[in-house]
Ligand binder design. Structure first.
Ligand SMILES: Nc1nc2c(ncn2[C@@H]2O[C@H](COP(=O)(O)OP(=O)(O)OP(=O)(O)O)[C@@H](O)[C@H]2O)c(=O)[nH]1
Length: 205
């Protein structure tokens, strides 16, 4: 079975957990504990293949042994980078994260294969207090070769599902996930990294 690892990244409070929980359970839950990081697991069928999806939701609070952003990027095959359309600083953070992903990729041996990144402007229901225009998100996505969507975890189940399914599908077709399928021996060192970095807390929904 193929493993696909997706990191959901972005500033504190942009709705990362809300998006993941919405995708996995269809429900929008108002508040989430942000004191611990989680890896959620789900079995999916993608183009007739069974896939073991792992979704990483980082913990926003500083704690001992917390993986760095670089660790979180190295671990993942694909990314969903989230900002809050009513918070400009979260957009600047999302920009910096996407740039870092592209930069680390340039330094890696697989520099010719783009990792799949979905840039998501969340909390569209708060458009009356919008600080980031739709076009700004779209422009950033085009500049850094990302898919882009504006949505609301609170109000849009279909759109949230589309973001996750597109990310899983595209990630399985490109980059590290595909490479791992071709060369199973390569997965050993990756497995070690996962255990080192995230070994303790895993959740199934
Ligand atoms: N209005 C609105 N609020 C949302 C939406 N998505 C999440 N929220 C709220 O935003 C707050 C933060 O959501 P979380 O899902 O905990 O955000 P997070 O990015 O996981 O936060 P950390 O765990 O602190 O990094 C909560 O109060 C959510 O109810 C949305 O689409 N619209």
């Amino acid at each position: 079975m193929n493993d696909i690892k997706i990191s959901v990244l972005g500033s504190d409070g942009v709705g990362k957990s809300a998006l993941i929980v919405r995708f996995l359970t269809r429900r929008f839950i108002g508040e989430y504990a942000s004191s611990s990081e989680c890896i959620y697991r789900k079995l999916l069928s993608v183009d007739g293949r069974q896939v073991n999806l792992q979704l990483y939701d980082p913990c926003s609070q500083a704690c001992e042994g917390k993986p760095t952003l670089n660790d979180q990027i190295h671990w993942a095959d694909g990314f969903i980078v989230v900002y809050d359309i009513s918070d400009r600083s979260s957009f600047l953070t999302a920009k910096a994260i996407v740039r870092l992903i592209r930069e680390l990729q340039l330094r890696s041996a697989k520099r010719d294969v783009d990792s799949f990144i979905f840039l998501v402007g969340n909390k569209q229901d708060l458009c009356h207090v919008r600080e980031v225009q739709h076009e700004e998100g779209q422009c950033l996505a085009t500049e850094l070769r990302c898919q882009f969507s504006e949505l609301s975890a609170a109000e849009h189940y279909q759109e949230v599902t589309l973001v996750f399914s597109k990310t899983v599908q595209n990630t399985s077709l490109s980059g590290k996930a595909k490479d791992r399928r071709r060369r199973p021996s390569g997965s050993k060192s990756m497995a070690k990294l996962i255990n080192n970095v995230f070994g303790k807390r895993r959740k199934s929904v």
